[in-house]
Structures are given as structure tokens and as C-alpha cells.
Design a protein around this ligand. Structure first.
Ligand SMILES: [Zn+2]
Length: 110
């Protein structure tokens, strides 16, 4: 009975991606978020800083980049960090034509 098999057939082509083996300890100093999305949902700017610009600019299946996701999470520190580092994120549209500003507004931001 293998409950968790299932083919992983639809992987995005993200180039070299090394999954980190250090997972689980949320509060240790050695904590690292597994990926950009983890960093965003955990609101860890320090973790986010570990990722390359390419990773922050990467789009998900609906064309949203890290700033879109940050806008949904709604953390100002994260948003400021991303915009400071990669101002062009602001103008990138998802496949819906949404920029992060749209999402932010939809979530009651400024
Ligand atoms: Zn983290």
C-alpha cells in the first residue's frame, strides 16, 4: 500500500533546483525555508534573501511571481524587500494580467 506515489509529470522547467534537506525546525537558527513560496508564507525576509533574482522572478503556473505571492500574503516587509531588490517585479503581469498591485488592492492594501 503506497499511499503517496503518483507521478510528478508536470514539473516546471526551473533549471537546477536543489531541494534542501534541512527541514522541519521552524525556530532554529539553522532554519531555512525550502523555497521562495515558503519564505513568503512564513514571512521570512532573511530566508528570501537567500534566493537568487531568477528565483524571485520565476513565475508559477498562472504567471505569478514572488511579488504577486507576497501581495497575497500581505506582508509589508516582504513587499518592500522585493521591490527594493527587484523593482521590475511591480510591472510583471500574471496570465490574468494582474500585477502585484492589483492583488494588493484586492486584499485591502493601499
Ligand atoms: Zn524561513
Amino acid at each position: 500500500m503506497s499511499a503517496h506515489s503518483g507521478p510528478n509529470g508536470s514539473l516546471e522547467d526551473n533549471g537546477d533546483y536543489l531541494p534542501l534537506e534541512v527541514l522541519g525546525d521552524e525556530d532554529s537558527e539553522n532554519h531555512v525555508c525550502e523555497d521562495v513560496i515558503d519564505s513568503l508564507t512564513n514571512k521570512h525576509v532573511e530566508c528570501l534573501a537567500r534566493f537568487s533574482n531568477n528565483e524571485l522572478l520565476a513565475k508559477d503556473s498562472i504567471g505569478q511571481n514572488s511579488l504577486h505571492m507576497a501581495a497575497r500574503v500581505g506582508d509589508l516587509n516582504i513587499l518592500k524587500y522585493l521591490l527594493d531588490r527587484l523593482p521590475e517585479l511591480r510591472d510583471i503581469q500574471s496570465t490574468n494580467g494582474e500585477t502585484a498591485a492589483h492583488i494588493s488592492a484586492a486584499h485591502g492594501g493601499e
